[in-house]
Design a protein around this ligand. Structure first.
Ligand code: NAI
Length: 460
């Protein structure tokens, strides 16, 4: 296998950007170009002011500062980057289909197919094509078929290399991954990719499998993680009616070494671009093989998650004397979890939607999410007009402004800074009784109750 000298990554998003930055940082001899059709995104990746990178991840700015301009480049010329590369990562988005067969469940592979066709058209010499996006099992077969049937006698090897980073800790995860997974059929191609990771990841953590195991493992890993959240969330509702405390139950259960303590935190529900989409995808695949019991089993993880978001919104309404009409509800947090500016599928969006149906007046504060993004998320639901969203929802960039005069506070994201606020001052500025609905179990109950708040946390 020839030495990999040039890598191209198609897709400069939450995965492509950070992943390639770290690969470039750790492989200074390989030239890496990340390309995207989104010109603003590429411009932001090239911004001299590193605080304006399109993605907020702790430590990302330092990695970009080290590698950008040395062996890491961001560009919009996709054809040129494909032509020059020995290895091409495809890291484009694979959202749930919103039309046609499989609508609402199957992964929409149109962006993947477009990439494959573009690679096939442009490539003049042999390439290794790496699936970095999360894909339905057996997508590599379709990719290979497109590549082989439309190219000019060029040899392509397709590898699957799903990404396991978690947003919010992307750089730490990339620097020190639990494992790197590489699926493929051609030993030389696999070895070429293993070598790239081996420049910083211990060999024993680089797993190689067949293509289908690799593709399926990513879907299954996300399904298992989401399932744990839904499991503890189901228990949280049981705790609320029985007098048990979900944190105590999670601790007692998680200390069993067969179960483990991670990912057992009850909350308003999981969000993010991946969990829901990947489970829906798994459900769709199972159904397409007529495995209905398997599909029904995994589908319940989503059912439970939707229930938890609805339940939280209803708890707010019910506690506030069955009406939130015209009431000022302050949202602390909009991103789907702390330390990221990503809002895709954030629980906050759905809780807001539910409360807005009841004509609540919401004021949102999030330390990293832009005003435009919040309105975009609400408008995308299509539940009400953009004018109504702007009339009912205000976005502020000072948390105390959001809380001033509020009837209630809803904590939707577990940003650490929320814990350090001056809660006595907040209490003074709020309408009484001052309600706090803690969807992340973030705040200190005894502190808030001592100050006179009516404090509600999930699972207690
Ligand atoms: P993203 O939406 O942030 O980025 C995808 C980028 O691809 C966009 O900037 C888009 O403009 C670009 N793109 C789409 N088609 C293109 C084309 N034909 N040519 C050039 N650029 C094109 O998506 P994200 O979050 O980076 O996800 C990418 C994949 O990685 C998805 O399959 C996702 O499931 C998977 N994944 C995501 C994780 C996450 O935490 N976000 C973690 C692990 C996997």
């Amino acid at each position: 296998m020839k030495q990999i000298k040039k890598i191209t990554c198609i897709g400069a998003g939450y995965v492509g950007g950070p992943t390639m930055s770290v690969i470039a940082q750790k492989n200074p001899d390989i030239q890496i170009t990340v390309v995207d059709v989104n010109k603003e995104r590429i411009a932001a990746w090239n911004d001299n002011d590193l605080s304006r990178l399109p993605i907020y991840e702790k430590g990302l700015d330092a990695v970009v500062a080290e590698a950008r301009g040395r062996n890491l480049f961001f560009d919009t010329d996709v054809d040129k980057a494909i032509d020059e590369a020995d290895m091409i990562f495809i890291s484009v988005n694979t959202p749930t289909k919103t039309y046609g067969k499989g609508k609402g469940q199957a992964a929409d592979l149109k962006f993947i197919e477009l990439c494959a066709r573009q690679i096939a058209t442009v490539a003049k010499d042999d390439k290794i094509v790496v699936e970095k996006s999360t894909l339905p099992v057996r997508t590599a077969e379709a990719l290979k078929s497109i590549l082989d049937n439309t190219s000019n006698g060029v040899n392509f090897h397709v590898l699957s290399n799903p990404e396991f980073l978690a947003e919010g800790t992307a750089i730490a995860d990339l620097h020190n991954p639990d494992r790197v997974l590489i699926g493929g059929e051609n030993t030389e191609a696999i070895e070429a990719l293993v070598n790239i990771y081996a420049s910083w990841v211990p060999r024993e953590r680089i797993l190689t499998t067949n293509l289908w195991s690799s593709e399926l493992s990513k879907l299954v890993a996300n399904a298992f993680l989401a399932q744990r959240v839904s499991s503890i969330n189901a228990v949280s509702e049981l705790c609320e009616v029985t007098g048990a405390n979900v944190d105590e139950v999670a601790r007692a259960v998680g200390m069993d070494s067969r179960i483990g303590s991670k990912f057992l935190k009850a909350s308003v529900g999981f969000g993010g671009s991946c969990f829901q989409k990947d489970i829906l995808n798994l459900v769709y695949i199972a159904r397409s093989y007529n495995l209905h019991a398997v599909a029904d089993y995994w589908e319940q993880v989503i059912v439970m998650n939707d229930h938890q978001k609805t339940r939280f919104a209803e708890k707010i309404i019910q506690t506030m004397y069955n009406t939130v009409n015209g009431k000022h509800i302050a949202f602390l947090g909009w991103s789907f979890k702390k330390d990221t500016n990503d809002t895709r599928e954030s629980a906050a969006i759905y809780v807001a939607d539910h409360l807005l149906d009841e004509e609540a007046q919401i004021v949102v504060y999030d330390p990293k999410v832009s005003v435009e993004q919040i309105y975009k998320d609400l408008d995308a639901l299509g539940t009400r007009t953009p004018e109504a969203n702007r009339r009912l929802v205000k976005v502020v960039n000072d948390p105390y402004q959001a809380l001033d005069g509020a009837h209630a506070i809803a904590v939707l994201t577990e940003w650490d800074a929320f814990k350090t606020y001056d809660w006595a001052k907040i209490k003074e500025a709020m309408k009484k009784p001052a309600f706090v609905f803690d969807g992340r179990k973030l705040l200190d109950r005894s502190q808030l109750e001592t100050l006179g708040f009516k404090y509600y946390a999930i699972g207690e």
